[in-house]
Design a protein around this ligand. Sequence first.
Ligand code: LLP
Length: 406
Amino acid sequence: MLSRDFLLNLAKEYGTPLYVYDGDMVVARYRDLFGFIPYSKLKVCCAMKANYNPGLLALLRDAGASLDTVSPGEVIMALKLGFPKEKIIYTANNMTDAEFEQVLATGVTMNIGSLSRLKKISVSHPGISLCLRFNPDVCDGDHAKTMTGGDLTKFGILLEAVEEVKSIVRAGKLKIIGLHEHTGSGLQRAESVYQSMENLMNIATPENFPDLEFLDFGGGFKVPYKPDEARIDYVAMGKEITRRFEAFTARYGRKLDMLFEPGKYIFAEAGYLLTEVNTIKHNRSRVIVGCNSGFPQLIRPVLYDAYHNIENLSNPNGAGKIYDVCGNICETGDRFAEQRLLPEIREYDILSIQNAGAYCYSMGGVYNLRAMPTEVVVSGKKVTYLRKGLTSEELCNQILSEGKLL
Ligand code: LLP
């Protein structure tokens, strides 16, 4: 956890709104997983969709991490940052033919999640090696919008289609080197992790898929967002995951690689969005705090009703009061916290919105023509990477230069 004074100094130096990332924590979280899951052929593919900050990704690259990518843009960025293609898995999601060709040409591992795409590949690219994404048929996650298993979602191939998969694979002489599933984000029950693993391992027989090199069980490891929320016992979970996977490899007859693709676990708690309060309004029933960031810069509370803990860095010991903490965007729903007990907030106080490392900046946009904030990565108490946000002037110039009257 970065200290209040340190964060306040960064706010003073770089201005607000400001994203701050604790690079040491990100690397520590990556390394932790190898302690929790004592399987010798474990690979951790960090989910770059959660945070594509180049400074953080460079730290993970140097620590030896692999990456989970989901768009041609993410693949290009990963390669430009020097991740070897062997360490990148591309999990396609409703991709176009052109995207397929573009990513295939880079040589990264392609993970295919629909029968329709698999059929097209078996005709157009017979003989190639692929990973297949199955739908684990387990529903879990921290919100309906973050659950990816089960019949209602667009992800993966249904487990019951395995015979059809085999006949397409046979017809195209495809080599299936990996099987994948992702159950959801912020998985609430350890049992869901185990059940999804078992469902995938059940179809991963040498008879069905003789060429497997790895199984990939996606992401979903949850971290606490509320101060009183319990931390999962990942030591116990990691042991159980290893026990089950070793039983599987004994059945399969070969020690396969075991992959996970954590995003929240690696990045969430390492990020802070610092914002300055500029307006306090006393409505009849609510005290409304207005600050200089808004939902396009951190959308999780609006999109998922997500709870992000807020600290008043400038007045940590103030008397507790109830506030609605709102942003600077022209929308009623532009709120980081509703009816939240916080130490007294005064105009010009700096608030720190916590757990802003995963799916915050990366889901951002420039609604209302407000540019995304500056980002800094901190390592060993020093800023080691700076990505400056655009000024309003620069943002407008960029947009104007992108188009022309025809
Ligand atoms: N692998 C795949 C194929 C995924 O789709 C995802 C997340 C992950 C790995 C990483 O999951 P994680 O370990 O971060 O839970 N924007 C939402 C989360 C959506 C995640 C989408 N896919 C949020 O802010 O809660």
